[in-house]
Each structure stands twice: as C-alpha cells, then as structure tokens.
Design a protein around this ligand. Sequence first.
Ligand code: SF4
Ligand code: SF4
Length: 383
Amino acid sequence: METVAPFKEVIEEIKENGAEAVKFCYQCGKCDTVCPWNRVRSFSMRKLIREAVFGLTEIENEEIWRCTTCGKCPQKCPRDVKQIQNMVGLRRMATSYGVFPAAVKPYRGVSAGLTAEGNPFGEERAKRAAWADGLGVKPFAEGMEILYFTGCYLSYDSRLKKVAQATANILKKAGVNFGILGSKENCCGESIRKTGNEELFKRMARENIKAFIDNGVKKILVSSPHCYHTFKNEYPEFSVNFEVVHITEYLAQLIKEGRLQISKEYAKKITYHDPCYLGRHNGIFDAPREVLKQIPGLELNELPEAREESMCCGMGGGRVWAETPKTERFSNLRLEQAIGVGAEILVTACPYCITAFEDSRLVMNFEDNLQVKDITEILQEVI
Ligand code: SF4
Ligand code: SF4
C-alpha cells in the first residue's frame, strides 16, 4: 500500500500528541497482550507505534481506526506511551486527506448528520425531545436543580429512548426539579473527536456551551459516560466548567438522601459491566454497585473482568458507527462471560454498551438466555 502521508507530517502530528512518549516505546508488546482486538482477530498497537516512530504510517490502513480508546493498554504500558492520543492524531490526518477505508466509510454520513441536525443519525433536530412526549418533562429554565442532557442515542434510538424515559420517571418520583434542552441540545461530540474530526467536535462543543450559558445551566446530569467524559475533561479546553454528574452517581446520592425509596424486591441474578468511559477513564466503579446493592432480592455476581480490568464492548472511539464483522465483536465475548457467571440480566450504564450487547444477543442467539438493561430500567421497576 502506498504511503500517502509524508514522514515529516506524521511525525509533526504525533509530536503534538506525545512524541516523546512514542519515542520511548520499547516494543515490549504489553499493549497487544491486553488489547481486546487480539481475542477476536490479530491487531498490534505495538506495530502501529513503531511505524509511527519511523514515519511509516499508512493512513489508508484500516488498523489506525481500530483502537476503541478503551484505555486498557495505556494502563499497562511501562513507558506511558499515549496510544489513544497518537491514534486520534493519525485519524485527524487521514480525515483531513479525506481517506476513509471501507470499515469507517459510515463516518462520512455521521459527520453529515451531525453538521445538519446535531445528531449522528441525521434525524430531525425538531424531534430531539419526542422521547419525552406525555411524560410531563419540562424545558430547562434557570433556577432548576439540574439539566438532564439526554444525549443522541437516548433521544432518537428506539431501544434507548426507554432508558431516557426510565430516567425521567425516576427523577420525577424523587421530586427532582429538572429540565431538558430539547432541540437546543447537540451531540456532545466525544466520539466524532475520536474519529479525528476535530473541527466538528469543536462545533458541537461550542454550540452546547452556548446553549448551557444562554439557559443558565450550572449542573448537568448525563446518561452517557461519553457525554460525561467530554463535558468533564474536554469542554474545560474552552475555558468553561460545569458541574457534571453521571446518572449512577446521582441515583446513589438520591437514595442516600432518602429522596428515592426502593419499595420492591427484584429477585434476579444480574451482573454489571463497567463501561470504559465511566470506569477506567473516570474512576466511577462504586456508584452503580452501591445502587444495585440497595435492591432487595437482587443477586449481583461480578464478571471475571470487572472494574479497572473491564473488557471494552467495542463501541468507543467512534467504532459505534464502524462496520465490524459479526465474528469480531468484543461484546459477543462479554455476553458469554455474563452467562458464565449465571446472570439472567447484564446491567450497564452506557448507551453504546447497550447497543453492542443488544446486537450481540441477536448474533449469538442469546435472546432467551440473557436480558440487557440499563441500571435505570431496573431501578424504575423497584421504586
Ligand atoms: S506497552 Fe507501551 S512500551 Fe510496550 S509496546 Fe506497547 S506502547 Fe510500546
Ligand atoms: S486503548 Fe484499548 S482498544 Fe485501543 S489499542 Fe489499547 S487496549 Fe486496544
């Protein structure tokens, strides 16, 4: 394959993203031993880093798009090589050349949808709040306790709208004075940034920040760990700081304060999957477990790879929009693990994880063996 990106430009781009760290990669291969790709096909971060150091990166190479940014190899790397930042740097370059290999061709359509309607599906902006029809959810107004930033998947995806509705029902039951921005809400931009489309990320971020400021938002509640991550860790690049709370933390707090009472049993065996962007990237491991442990009758069995060791569902880094062959989905393995610990329900707290697991239930013919639920869907049934 021809090398499109000249040596110098690759190195310059990498420099911006931790060139020193790349130089010190000593090719130990620890990254490859922990990367989930190597459970479903061969993939080498070690090799990609080596090629980058020597300016041999081929930006047409599908491999640079593969990393889901799960955060597992940075955790194990003895040389603090910034694998994620370096891959995103290479993707930025490929995006600027308009190079999209077959598996990531859908990213073009996603970008068009985000540009036109503020969501990756290209669904009408005006229908962003349709999930809340009939629920009595109010538009956000200054002075309210919290903004519920619903996010794209919970606003438009038919499976995930149920999670938004469960969330609204719980908040109402707890007497939380909350509102939504509806058509004034844009995609948070987290995933499009990881595909290398920095300009579109900035546009999404600026529009959201403007909407937050114009509407007097101080505290933001999110369902998606991807929204959480970007509001908390990336929006401060624009010199703003909003208080951001993930729904699992908020639920734990509402229960602790006695605002939310659990009144029913839930006699099911469940297991909990730590989403990468909630757990490894942001350290929220305990809040979801605290909530689940409050539910009488519920039996929580941990997965073999839990908390810091959690296995990625495969959807981060923009891969939620990529074409991944059915046999190469990490989520298939995660479902097998859930069944292996005797779970009837696989519970998580991320729209991408739910999307991956619901797809894998069909792929693996596990529809009768295992249900997939967001933590709010369980809580809604017991309050
Ligand atoms: S774990 Fe770090 S030092 Fe080892 S090969 Fe991977 S990037 Fe290089
Ligand atoms: S961050 Fe995760 S997906 Fe990306 S190379 Fe490392 S282990 Fe693999």
